[in-house]
Design a protein around this ligand. Structure first.
Ligand code: HMG
Ligand code: MG
Length: 299
């Protein structure tokens, strides 16, 4: 299959990025960060997550952040929700887009959300009923699709079955997460080919962490199979606190540079993205984990 002509970038920095920071970022900084991202041409910015502050204190200010953003009508600001309690607090502040999450790995599910995979599907089923009544857009995440810190290799068929379940439950998009960044292009294509037997490629997104420096080549491999939604995190922020070794997400600047080089449209302005990446890296006190950001800033 030919490369897609247009790709949608899903910016996960304010959620997947900031959930893993050692220090808690001030609420006003998070809002300023999301607003800078809103000026770049991105159409999806995952704003925060309505999970338990006991487990993710970094995002305990989820309601204030969501309410504080000056939302642009053409931009979606999804939030992660783990259960009915999270969904109710999200609805209370007017959330319109949610992301539910589970994993084909039994042990990862236990560590991440303290429930079995089957129980997580029940939670999602219950949330989907409310989501349908309230006409919410719902994305589903699957974590550890190419390997798990607790179970090792992941069988593609397990990923396929759970992705098909999320689709049947009404998820509009399913993001396949290489949470610990151990995938390689061949494994990526093997997994995607299996999933695409039951879920149309238009419904799929890929979500790579860059632990082993394979994220960009994995994205290239996914593009070759026609995937047209890519998750990424500006300045390469990110990780999952329940997956040892899950370093940053692939940097949005690096993905955009790759897509531009392939002549693929995204509508996103690289220069503005570099500035947003610089802004958040300075606030955190680190260098952007993006070769493109560093190169463009130094030049
Ligand atoms: P639990 O402790 O088993 O739940 O947590 P519980 O129902 O027994 O409740 C315990 C306490 O948490 C109670 O408070 C609840 O009120 C509270 P207490 O009575 O002790 O004061 N609570 C909540 N508070 C606020 N919002 C809520 C909520 N739910 C319960 N929604 C739970 C279960 C799932 C909530 C917990 O394990 C949790 O929040 N986990 C978060 C895990 C997480 O955020 N992980 C990172 C995101 S996933 C990821 O990064 C992967 C991804 O990027 C893709 C990839 O890379 O592969 C998406
Ligand atoms: Mg992630």
């Amino acid at each position: 299959m030919a490369f897609p002509k247009v790709v949608k970038l899903v910016e996960v920095g304010p959620r997947d990025g900031l959930q893993n920071e050692a220090h808690i970022i001030p609420t006003a900084t998070k809002i300023a960060f999301i607003e800078q991202l809103s000026e770049t041409g991105l159409t999806v910015i995952e704003a925060t997550s309505f999970v338990s502050p006991k487990w993710i204190p970094q995002l305990a200010d989820h309601q204030t952040v969501f309410e504080g953003i000056h939302k642009k009508p053409h931009i979606h600001y999804p939030v992660l929700v783990p259960n009915m309690q999270g969904l109710e607090s999200a609805l209370a502040v007017g959330v319109k887009d949610i992301a539910v999450f589970t994993s084909p790995s039994e042990l990862f599910s236990q560590h991440n959300t303290h429930c079995s995979v089957a129980e997580s599907v029940v939670r999602i089923t219950n949330m989907m009923k409310i989501a349908k009544q309230r006409h919410l857009h719902v994305r589903g995440y699957l974590s550890c699709v190419l390997g798990c810190p607790y179970e090792g290799e992941m069988i593609p068929e397990k990923v396929t079955d759970l992705a098909a379940t999320l689709l049947a439950l009404g998820c509009e998009e399913i993001s396949l997460g290489d949470t610990i960044g151990i995938g390689t292009p061949l494994k990526t294509q093997r997994m995607l080919n299996a999933v695409m037997e039951k879920v149309p490629v238009e419904k799929l997104a890929v979500h790579f962490h860059d632990t082993y420096g394979q994220a960009l080549v994995n994205i290239y491999a996914a593009l070759e199979l026609g995937v047209r939604v890519i998750d990424s995190s500006v300045a390469g922020l990110g990780g999952c606190p329940y997956a040892k070794g899950a370093s940053g997400n692939v940097a949005t600047e690096d993905v955009l540079y790759l897509l531009q080089g392939l002549g693929i449209e995204t509508g996103v302005d690289l220069q503005k993205l570099v500035q947003a990446g610089r802004f958040i890296a300075e606030q955190i006190g680190c260098q952007p984990q993006s070769k493109v950001n560093q190169a463009m800033y130094d030049s």
